[in-house]
Structures are given as structure tokens and as C-alpha cells.
Design a protein. Structure first.
Length: 118
């Protein structure tokens, strides 16, 4: 069974830092792009960041660029999202995803809640 499991969410004060991790099991995604999305209360799911299979190229949403950093360790089957200087508007459930395709991403985690308080 293929699984993506997120961890690291929680309550954080604005301006502090938080690190989210996503660990894959059931198969390796070392040859695939992976990404993070988020869904705030009452809003749709939105793209946060993605990383190519080597980790050499990352893409960020404008709202997080310069504050968040995405990395991956293919040997450990993990992808990490370092959230620096989070803002209250970053409050959302964060989802890990893998293997982008024409109709969307093929694999999703169940999400981890992040709450940023001022």
C-alpha cells in the first residue's frame, strides 16, 4: 500500500519556524516530483511548493516564496517543507503530494494541521 504521511504540524507563533515532513512508504518516489499543497478553512486547496526528482529545481507559490524552503532526501523517502516567518494567513491543513500528472497529482497524504497565531 502506497502511503504519504505528513508530520510536524502544530501551533506556532507568527515569526517562528516550523518544519513539515512527508515520508513515503510502499514505493519509492525518487524518480518523481513531489509537492505540498494547503487548504485553509473555507477555501479550496492551493499549491504551495514542488520539487523535481533530483531536488535541483523547486517552485513556490508567490505567497510563500522567500519564506518557505522545500527539500528532499530520496534515500530516506522524505520531503521537508521548512516554514520560516510563518504568518497567520499560512494557517491551513498541509498536504503532501507525489507524481504530478495531466489530471492532477496521483498520491496524497492525509494532511497535517498548521495553526499560526499572532
Amino acid at each position: 500500500q502506497v502511503q504519504l504521511v505528513e508530520s510536524g504540524g502544530g501551533l506556532v507563533q507568527a515569526g517562528d519556524s516550523l518544519r513539515l515532513s512527508c515520508t513515503a512508504s510502499g514505493r519509492t518516489f525518487s524518480g518523481d516530483a513531489m509537492g505540498w499543497f494547503r487548504q485553509a478553512p473555507g477555501k479550496g486547496r492551493e499549491f504551495v511548493a514542488s520539487i523535481n526528482w533530483t531536488g535541483s529545481r523547486t517552485t513556490y507559490a508567490a505567497s510563500v516564496k522567500g519564506r518557505f524552503a522545500l527539500s528532499r532526501d530520496n534515500a530516506k523517502k522524505t520531503v521537508a517543507l521548512q516554514m520560516s516567518s510563518p504568518k497567520p494567513e499560512d494557517t491551513a491543513v498541509y498536504f503532501c503530494a507525489a507524481v504530478p500528472g495531466e489530471s492532477g497529482w496521483d498520491y496524497w497524504g492525509q494532511g497535517t494541521q498548521v495553526i499560526v497565531h499572532s
